[in-house]
Ligand binder design. Structure first.
Ligand code: SF4
Length: 102
């Protein structure tokens, strides 16, 4: 019987998964699109500067960045208005209501 080592199985498997990944991306229609001409704006006085900012995770295009200074502390999130597509996901996810569309 032929010796089926991990590499002889893993290589064709990874090729198949890679092809599936590329096909999925080729026909992916759920990519974020420009939905609103308004952009997200942060109100600093309402922001708690949590290093676990949920708005950062909610943004589908990575328009929100934040410099963390330690596990407990971070700077205010920064919204890149050039990247922002105005979807409003950050507004819905911000616990303190610190982000609005303008
Ligand atoms: S409105 Fe949407 S794209 Fe713009 S910063 Fe908020 S989550 Fe990101």
């Amino acid at each position: 019987m032929e010796d089926m080592t991990n590499s002889t199985i893993a290589y064709p498997l990874s090729e198949m998964l890679s092809a599936k990944y590329h096909l999925n991306n080729m026909f992916n229609r759920s990519k974020p699109k420009m939905t609103n001409t308004k952009k997200a704006v942060l109100t600093k006085s309402s922001c708690d500067k949590s290093p676990m900012c949920p708005a950062k995770k909610a943004c589908p295009v990575g328009a929100i960045s934040q410099r963390t200074t330690s596990i407990m502390f971070a700077d205010y999130p920064v919204i890149d208005t050039d990247l922002c597509i105005g979807c409003g996901a950050c507004v819905d996810s911000c616990r303190g209501g610190a982000i609005r569309m303008n």
